[in-house]
Design a protein. Structure first.
Length: 251
């Protein structure tokens, strides 16, 4: 199991204070990593306390990732406090729902800024440090809508399509320099972002009928794939988008 051992590694998880991000951060800590959680709020979270309960170091960094200019300072802060950056999980994301005919420019720009632009520049900024180290693991969070168009979420679909594509682009440039860039694409997960679908009896039923596993995903379903991509077990895995969807894409 040494291939999956993350002791001595430092993982940055954006949006790691709850939901999918919290589950991924906790999973990485279980595998031995120390965790830097990036969140908008400065408040301490239950996730951080649970990680420390494992005997791992966990610190929170309060940054608004919609503000691209703050990314270099974030990277510098993490490096100063931890001394290194080995793993980056770009999980933070936002959603806006509206029929395409009515979708506002404001909502479009906000979703693209957080879900695509900030993710790329986090990859670039922290990737530079990893390239200097000659090693690193970047895991972007894509979506089923990296492959499909969705419904009333045109900006989200566009942003997640962008994440999948620049994951491959970065991998082409960095795979030979010791930095693995991959992505995970969660399916329908029972999280706050999907509340509108969960409470819609018709859409909920339609979604469940399409999932071979017969259930919505849970945040903890993300942990195994992320540990794999963060560990030495995936050293020859580059530019992949791994779906975690209960079989949805296989239908």
């Amino acid at each position: 199991m040494h291939l999956f051992d993350l002791h001595g590694k430092v993982a940055i998880v954006t949006g790691g204070n709850r939901g999918l991000g919290g589950a991924m951060a906790y999973g990485l800590a279980e595998a031995g990593a120390d965790i830097a959680i990036v969140q908008r709020s400065a408040e301490e979270t239950e996730v951080a306390a649970r990680i420390r309960g494992l005997g791992r170091r966990c610190e929170t960094f309060s940054y608004d990732l919609a503000q691209i200019e703050s990314i270099p300072k974030l990277a510098a802060d993490v490096k100063e406090r931890f001394g290194r950056m080995d793993i980056l999980v770009n999980n933070a994301g936002v959603q806006r729902r509206s029929p395409a005919a009515d979708f506002s420019e404001e909502d479009w720009d906000f979703v693209m800024q957080v879900n695509a632009k900030s993710v790329f520049f986090l990859c670039q900024t922290i990737g530079r440090e990893m390239l200097q180290q000659g090693r690193g693991k970047i895991i972007n969070v894509a979506s089923l809508l990296s492959f499909q168009g969705g419904y009333t979420v045109p900006a989200y679909a566009a942003s997640k399509g962008a994440v999948a594509q620049f994951t491959k682009s970065l991998s082409n440039e960095w795979a030979g320099r010791g930095v693995n860039v991959n992505a995970v694409a969660p399916g329908y997960m029972a999280t706050e972002m999907n509340t509108a679908l969960l409470v819609d009896e018709v859409r909920n039923s339609q979604i469940l009928q399409r999932i071979p596993a017969g259930r919505w995903g849970k945040p903890e379903d993300m942990a195994g794939a992320v540990i794999f991509l963060a560990s030495e077990a995936s050293n020859y895995v580059n530019g992949e988008i791994i779906t975690i969807d209960g079989g949805w894409m296989g239908r």
